[in-house]
Design a protein around this ligand. Sequence first.
Ligand code: ATP
Ligand code: MG
Ligand code: MG
Length: 569
Amino acid sequence: TAPVKQDFIRQIVRDDLASGKHDAIRTRFPPEPNGYLHIGHAKAICLDFGIAEEFGGRCNLRFDDTNPAKEDPEFVAAIQDDVRWLGFEWNSLRHASDYFEVFYLAAEKLIRQGDAFVCDLSAEEVREYRGTLTEPGRESPYRNRGVEENLDLFRRMRAGEFDDGARTLRAKIDMASGNINLRDPALYRIKKVPHQNTGDAWPIYPMYDYAHALGDAVEGITHSLCTLEFEDHRPLYDWCVDRVDLAGNPELLAPLAEKGLPVEAAKPRQIEFSRLNINYTVMSKRKLTQLVAEGLVDGWDDPRMYTLQGLRRRGYTPGALRLFVDRIGISKQNSMIDFSVLEGALREDLDARAPRRMAVVAPLKLVLTNLPEGHAETLRFANHPKDDSFGEREVPFSRELWIERDDFAEVPPKGWKRLVPGGEVRLRGAGIVRCDEVVKDADGEVVELRGTLDPESRPGMEGANRKVKGTIHWVDATRAVQAEIRLYDRLFSVADPDDESEGLTYRDHLNPDSRVSVRGWVEPAAAGAAPEQSFQFERLGYFVADRREHRDDSPVFNRSVTLRDTWAA
Ligand code: ATP
Ligand code: MG
Ligand code: MG
């Protein structure tokens, strides 16, 4: 059983259940479907869905589609895919636009209460009247319109009588408030743009703060969790919830019945937590969109992208991301998480989960001259050194092997433990080999090694126990399968790619070596993997069979992470 998670939000939830304030917890995850989800969203998803799960509550997936024409069906599908991939399921899938009629009735109620007015100021005038942090704003000359006139104008806004931007519906709160969000914020704007879900029904659209607060209230959300930048919006959130009071005015919820939606209204509480920031990454949807649009990466699911689709293709597992989110915790402290924490979570997850295989990324031929021509053997290897339940596999072995070019040195540096001319090394699971001869081409390049396998050093024999300094991995050159191996690295070479000083942009900080593709060899038991199967290629790192391009007869593996944190900044 997982340890009980402790953070200030879960404590509030516990207290609210203990005090009887709520008998069931309801949360929501409210993405705007204008891009792919990134790792920052994973933090919000794990919190929203995780809390519902841990406390026997429910979590809705709500697409925030208050902005017409921003939603793309591709993003809507991908977001659902991502949430499920992380291992969560929503109680109910909603769109903010499901509630447009409720929001409209609520706005008329605000007008009747004298809490909202139709304002004829232009956007620029509104800005001028708003004031600054140090100066109070000025009241709109339209602020004291009578209720009947406001109702009439608002209904005509809805009927489409006015041009885009000609009028807004504004909350009547306090132009002198120290919180600019309370200086008569707009609740509705005119925008004659068809909407992906409501078509031409609405020439007016609700503003985010209003729609978000009421959307939460409609769904009976108990704890509305969002990032810290909304802290200053909380007074407006509460104002909308309290002045409309959906729970106390069931007539406003009548339109839900037409959509077959249940009536569950309640008063939600907004709680903010700090956003996830990770170094060596950019995380805003805007920049991720630009990277794709400008062809700086190979699409939204490029394995170097910090989108959930990209991380998935890179070989990140839901378990690794959930472990990462648990590790960084939830607080109100803004901080920068080091990239190594993310990679560490992946290593830990894959160490337990990934079967071991052998692959060679920079091949050098090694011929064992004391084995007969055509010699073919099948060895048995454990799939996991720490977990017998992974079973064993067959690994072909023959007279000709591929070893890693880097595991041989003609002139070894100090402390070298691997192969040298005349020296010995252990071939993982096969025996001890001595290098007798170095074959070079006309340019002096080493093209082949010839050596002798000590016949008394085969696994299980007495002679296998004698000491040699190094052990190297290998594959059988006659039966290995050639593979494309993509050695991915961090997309950015600096810790803060968002740093725009000296006229630079994040584009200038791209790591030119972030994607190196090589042709290597993998043992047959790796080639036959299903797409998205992860392995530890011994001594090389964790690799995943590419989700889109891997085939048994033409394998493609992506390096997910190296075995150790070797990145020098
Ligand atoms: P971005 O600007 O990075 O795309 P966003 O807030 O505009 O993010 P939304 O689709 O509105 O994107 O986000 C849905 C939810 O995910 C929101 O509740 C938001 O607070 C949360 N979220 C977004 N980015 C992060 C982050 N970096 N860390 C934690 N939560 C995040
Ligand atoms: Mg947003
Ligand atoms: Mg955004």
